[in-house]
Design a protein around this ligand. Structure first.
Ligand code: ZN
Ligand code: ZN
Length: 344
């Protein structure tokens, strides 16, 4: 079968691999869609500390069961696969905090990923109920977006996005678009989208219709948010961008008792920011992180797509065959696409 295998930074090879057969307690799927994201770009350029090359990458996976030796799964079942795999048994997992499991492994890192015609679902995924049925009416391409939506859901649960909130989303990539849509679904009053890149902002705003789209290369975004809120600031700021400056600005945009989600991580070599601790202290701000998602978040994300609360079909701007994966990665890194999905 054809796969895309990562060897070294800049060295991702399209090659043939023997088609895998399921062992005992394993499920084999035919991959219909494996979507790309910024993480794939990061892996392509820099590798990843948890990734053991050579490795088939790709972690936003939807497909069809073709062979199974596991009760409950049979050929023809339409399925979505979690990406982050918690151990299910450590103190964090037992307390229900599976997204911060210290023993977490990932599909496409320690296990072969989805940029392949076929995939054996790792037993570790099945052990934590991480293979999900795709609801009727949801396409494979849409289902492949459940994984990033699950991460967005984890972030908004932690930040407590809810009814009546004014929300700022910084970053208009696919994750930012999902944040705008999910915030609406959770009852936000107004959602403002902030982005440096004008063409990316326009492209995304046309899809997700924020109340106001703010290009932070053209205006001071903090001032704009204060104007829009009569100086009060917003209830929640979500930074969906790998930018320390965006995180620093987020504190200035937050209202008293506001919540700030540092959703996007910072580059490994520049992880520090300057934080006015007195803003946090006197204004009773809450700063939260977000690290992937749990199996339960993936199930909820599929339901949000299925019931129409968070549409994702129109965010899929490009569908490419596996042979064009390098083009897909270039598209993602250029910011000229929203969601690029691979159909192996
Ligand atoms: Zn991803
Ligand atoms: Zn664990």
């Amino acid at each position: 079968m054809r796969v895309a295998r990562f060897y070294n930074p800049g060295d991702l090879r399209l090659e043939d691999m023997p088609e895998p057969s399921p062992g005992p307690d394993e499920v084999k799927i035919r991959v219909h869609n494996c979507s790309t994201c910024g993480t794939d770009v990061k892996i392509f350029n820099h590798g990843h500390q948890n990734l053991d090359p050579p490795r088939v990458i790709g972690h936003e996976i939807a497909g069809e069961v073709v062979e199974s030796t596991v009760d409950g799964w049979t050929a023809g079942d339409r399925v979505q696969v979690i990406a982050a795999v918690p151990c299910g048994t450590c103190p964090d997992c037992v307390r229900g905090r599976m997204s911060v499991c210290p023993n977490q492994t990932s599909v496409g890192y320690q296990y072969e990923g989805g940029f392949a015609e076929y995939l054996i679902v790792p037993r570790q995924v099945l052990a934590v109920d991480g293979l999900n049925r795709i609801p009727d009416g949801v396409s494979y391409a849409e289902a492949s977006v459940a994984e990033p939506l699950a991460c967005v859901l984890n972030g908004q649960e932690l930040a407590g996005v809810g009814a009546g909130d004014d929300v700022v989303v910084v970053g208009a990539g696919p994750i930012g678009c999902l944040h705008v849509r999910l915030a609406r679904a959770r009852g936000a009053r107004r959602v403002f989208l902030v982005e440096l890149n004008r063409s990316r902002l326009d492209m995304s705003a046309e899809k997700v219709h924020p109340d106001v789209a703010i290009c932070s290369a053209e205006v001071n975004a903090v001032d704009e948010i204060h104007k829009l809120t009569d100086g009060r600031g917003v209830d929640v700021v979500i930074t969906a961008a790998a930018s320390g400056a965006a995180q620093e600005d987020a504190l200035q945009m937050a209202a008293r008792s506001g919540r700030i989600s540092f959703f996007g991580g910072l580059p490994k070599d520049r992880p520090t920011i300057t934080l006015d601790s007195n803003l946090v202290h006197y204004r009773e701000l809450t700063i939260v992180g977000a690290n992937g998602s749990s199996p339960a978040h993936n199930k909820k994300a599929l339901a949000l797509i299925a019931n129409g609360q968070v549409p994702v079909a129109d965010l899929i701007t490009h569908r490419l065959p596996l042979a064009d994966l390098l083009d897909a990665i270039n598209l993602v890194s250029s910011g000229a696409a929203i969601k690029v999905t691979i159909e192996p």
